[in-house]
Design a binder for this molecule. Structure first.
Ligand code: SAH
Length: 494
């Protein structure tokens, strides 16, 4: 029974620590704040109790005593309690108070630091908070208070004299007063200043100016909280070091319709290239339970998707078996429809013997042309094309088709459909994503009625494109390689 004070980082889910993800996955109870990454709780257990403790749309914050009381109560009854905070829990996060109260109550505590916004937001704007030539020190301060207040907790005269970068949290509202104080305290009016809104998140914006101009510029550009202000020579480096905007898909929004698990791989790759990703999964894969097949009776075992590999291994494992249930390499060949499927096999210790370069059934059938086969197993989805089994049967092989999973429709929420429809691109990775997506948005007429502002449609390959055409739609671009890399290449081409 431990309460873990966990930093969730500044907003980019990629900046969450390994430990934070581990704890979120284990937690019985998660008490979370407003400024955590949108997807931070995706990995929580479905039965975990999720409690929101932040401010409701500018309204009342759940009082700190109430939060502390709740943490103590859950800390006494639940095994793993995660107190999830934006950035780092000990940087302007009242983490110190919470730990103190927990320790006083005799509850075990762990603190998991996070990437703090005061370093990360500037970094994403191309601003290093220290620099060998111009900044040998950095101070983090809160701009929450009106600096003109006589009883201000901060000594602005000393801060003005601080020989290094000043990083201000919660300072948007008081920006003008803060800048004035710093100038009055002796900092040069022309000292570079920057303000970064929503650092590391989609829609990050920043303005650059000087101590004298920054408040006016921020007001003109309507910069709002959450934002970090940086004062010092390093703020000027933005122009030269800005790297975010240089990424190939910066500013591009892409909707991903494939199933959540696979979709998140594609999403990661897209985000890595700078895209903003809208997850709009319209299918879900569901493994079909059943007995493990007797693999030794086959001299060819074919997999037509990574899901098929996982589902078959689930059946093996359910019976206490593992990859040793496969026949030895000398006796049987294993075929994978493409590189992703081969990778899923390799993760299980099986090296595929046959992998066509194009991940479609026809290519697999062709690649199997010279492979001797008398009895084959095809592990695949319940509804799938029969290209591979037919081709093998034609050659006189006995073929067992084993449906190890099925894809079922997942309905989009109205928000998800709206967000997907407003994207620049929408990716379709199978015929079923096309069908289900169109059903989700109210049919093809409703989709066409959106006019030319519709997202451009990216198809993973010919089968998916044919499904689009069957609905009277023409894909804007089709991948040459029918996998994630091909899809990315297709998007970059347009
Ligand atoms: N514990 C947090 C800070 C909480 S105070 C941390 O370590 O980052 C809240 C303030 O943090 C906001 O008012 C804003 O100044 C800053 N902040 C948090 N996330 C931010 C982000 N993504 N971009 C810019 N500023 C952010």
């Amino acid at each position: 029974m431990t309460v873990h004070l966990v930093g969730a980082g500044p907003g980019d889910p990629g900046l969450m620590t390994a430990r934070s993800l581990q704890l979120i996955a284990q937690a019985d109870v998660i008490v979370y704040d407003r400024l955590i990454p949108e997807s931070a709780l995706d990995g929580a257990r479905p039965d975990a109790q999720l409690i929101y403790a932040g401010k409701e749309g500018g309204g009342e914050q759940v009082p700190q005593e109430e939060i502390t009381r709740m943490l103590i109560e859950h800390g006494r009854s639940a095994e793993v309690v995660v107190r999830l905070k934006g950035g780092d829990p000990f940087v302007f996060g009242r983490g110190g108070e919470e730990v103190e109260a927990l320790i006083d109550a005799g509850i075990a505590v762990e603190v998991v630091p996070g990437v703090t916004a005061g370093i990360a937001a500037p970094a994403y704007a191309g601003i290093p908070v220290t620099h060998r030539d111009t900044a040998s020190a950095v101070a983090f301060l809160t701009g929450h208070e009106d600096p003109a207040k006589p009883d201000s907790a901060l000594d602005w005269r000393s801060l003005a004299a601080f020989p290094g970068t000043l990083v201000v949290y919660m300072g948007v509202r008081q920006l003008e007063a803060i800048a004035e104080r710093l100038i009055a305290g002796g900092r040069p009016a022309e000292e570079p200043a920057a303000l970064i809104q929503r650092g590391t998140m989609p829609g990050q914006r920043s303005v650059q100016g000087t101590l004298e101009t920054i408040a006016r510029l921020a007001a003109e550009q309507q910069i709002k909280a959450p934002a970090i202000a940086v004062f010092g020579p390093v703020a000027e480096l933005h122009d030269r070091l800005a790297w975010l905007q240089r990424r190939p898909l910066h500013g591009v929004t892409i909707a991903v319709t494939r199933a959540r698990e696979r979709g998140s791989r594609l999403a990661e790759r897209l985000r890595g290239l700078g895209a903003e990703v809208i997850l709009a999964p319209v299918i879900r894969t569901q493994t079909l339970p059943g007995p493990a097949p007797e693999l030794h009776q086959y001299d060819l075992i074919c997999f037509t998707s990574p899901n098929g590999v996982e589902a078959l291994f689930e059946r093996l494992e359910a019976e206490g078996l593992d990859s040793r249930a496969f026949p030895p390499r000398a006796e049987a060949r294993v075929a994978a429809i493409g590189p992703a499927t081969a990778r899923a096999l390799r993760e299980r210790g099986i090296l595929a013997d046959v992998v066509p370069t194009k991940a479609v059934g026809e290519a697999l059938a062709e690649a199997l042309g010279n492979v001797p086969v008398t009895r084959a197993l095809v592990a695949r989805a319940r509804e799938a094309r029969d290209v591979v089994p037919d081709a093998l049967r034609e050659r006189g092989a006995e073929v067992d088709v084993l449906a190890v999973y099925e894809t079922v429709v997942e309905l989009l929420t109205p928000e998800q459909s709206a967000a997907a429809a407003a994207a620049d691109f929408i990716t379709f990775t199978s015929a079923s994503t096309v069908r289900n997506f169109l059903a989700s948005v109210g049919g093809v007429e409703a989709w066409l009625a959106r006019g030319p502002s519709r997202p451009r449609m990216v198809s993973i390959g010919p089968i998916t494109s044919d499904e689009l055409r069957a609905h009277g739609l023409e894909p804007d671009v089709e991948a040459e390689e029918h996998d994630i890399n091909g899809l990315l290449a297709a998007i970059m081409r347009t």
